[in-house]
Design a protein around this ligand. Structure first.
Ligand code: UDP
Length: 401
């Protein structure tokens, strides 16, 4: 994985937790940020570079679209693989994996290429490589490396993209996004949960998040919610790694006439916060959307990272599990109509949105993925390309049965 945003790390954690739950200590799972821990500068700065780019919409759009064609990124990644090969070879020597799982779009072509070389040289036994796509719909083509043994995708949209990128349909498996197993556990009754989280037990509650980085117009949204809902509701703001935002929000006026505001930094128990709230306002992050669906929350999307999150907006709107609105004043009006004064019709529609959301959630996907990964860890049938396949005979070929 690599810690760009929060979704890749969350998916890696989900897979590790599900492995441990299902198989105890039969498998040793090591989560590694290959870029940060095993490549030289400037490659090791990739997570910070992402953090910078993604906050500058045009730069991110430009980087994403220019690198999306395979004609561009395949030679580019091949060139990068020469720069990082020493580090990655050391990592493979260190971890000696029985299976390599990537949950990052920039962690497929390079390790697959290096693994192919190692296997050719005999410095690594035949080892499968699986990609678990952590984007929901629209996603970058670097996710799809035909040399990988399997790619696990969350939606049929992604499955089609994989095939368009030359993956054999049988290499592509659709289960859903891997969400942490804690999301399948029963929570304490809501009043008890809310008390434990420092929330009001009665007031309608909305959760406001901006992915792992605390992105988007969160502060302006809080101001508008304060103006339009006053002390009739409570808002929980999860600021992720955005510490400045956390500080500013804590300094806001509270008390009579104002929203009850609960502000936190990055939390490890977001499932509890989702379980304690009635609706969520979030950017169109795939992880957060998939989690909110499992929790049966109506979702108000307030923005998106350009390109890879664009398709998540119609996914939410067309499935009638929420709405998309970027203007904080209108967001506050929608939330007011959802939670406070929508009348009988709106109350029913709000409840239906919650039911549809729950029905769309895939809490079992992580277990299905882990079941398949365990098979891959036990059966080496990595496709090493024609030259190595000839060298290895049958062991080097896909066994897709
Ligand atoms: N997350 C979390 N704690 C926080 C903020 C975010 O665990 O305080 C998790 C969130 O539950 C989700 C992930 O970080 O699993 C964010 O992923 P998403 O795909 O929504 O957005 P990204 O941050 O990757 O752009």
């Amino acid at each position: 994985m690599s810690n760009t945003g929060g979704g890749h790390k969350a998916s890696a954690d989900a897979i590790k937790a599900a492995f441990e739950e299902k198989y105890g200590n039969k498998y040793e799972i090591t989560i590694v940020d290959l870029w940060k821990e095993h490549t030289p500068h400037p490659c090791s700065a990739m997570p910070d570079t992402y953090s910078f780019l993604v906050k500058n919409a045009f730069l991110w759009w430009f980087t994403y679209t220019t690198s999306n064609p395979r004609l561009i990124h395949v030679p580019y990644l091949t060139a990068v693989s020469f720069i990082v090969s020493d580090g990655l070879n050391q990592a493979f020597d260190l971890y000696q994996p029985d299976l390599v799982v990537s949950v990052h779009p920039l962690m497929n072509h390079i390790p697959v290429r290096i693994m192919e070389e190692r296997i050719k040289k005999g410095s690594m036994p035949p080892t499968n490589f699986a990609t678990v796509v952590t984007d929901f719909t629209t996603c970058h083509n670097t996710w799809f490396c035909p040399g990988a043994t399997r790619v696990f995708v969350p939606t049929s949209y992604c499955r089609d993209l994989a095939v368009q990128n030359d993956m054999h349909p049988e290499q592509v498996v659709l289960h859903g996004l891997p969400i942490r197993p804690v999301f399948t556990r029963r929570l304490p009754p809501r009043p008890k949960l809310r008390r434990a989280l420092g929330m009001d037990t009665e007031l309608p509650a909305v959760l406001l998040v901006g992915g792992g980085e605390g992105m988007g117009a969160l502060e302006e949204t809080v101001s508008q919610l304060d103006a339009k809902l006053g002390d009739k509701a409570q808002v929980v703001v999860i600021c992720g790694r955005n510490q400045k935002l956390q500080k500013r929000l804590r300094a806001r006026p509270q008390g009579p006439g104002h929203l009850k505001l609960v502000v936190t930094g990055f939390v490890d128990n977001i499932h509890e916060w989702m379980g304690a709230c009635d609706a969520i306002i979030t950017k169109a992050g795939p992880g957060t959307i998939a989690e909110a669906l499992i929790c049966g929350l109506p979702i108000l999307l307030n923005g998106n990272v350009p390109c890879q999150e664009e398709g998540n907006i119609p996914y939410v709107v067309d499935n009638r599990v929420g709405a998309f609105e970027t203007r904080p004043a209108v967001i506050a009006s929608i939330i007011r109509s959802w939670l406070l004064e929508g009348g009988e019709g709106m109350r029913e529609e709000f409840a239906d949105m919650g039911r549809r959301s729950k029905a769309l959630g895939r809490p079992q996907a992580v277990y299905e993925i882990v079941h398949d990964l365990a098979d891959l860890a036990n059966e080496p049938y990595f496709d090493y390309g024609p030259a190595t396949a000839a060298l290895l005979g049958d062991r080097g070929r896909h066994d897709l049965g």
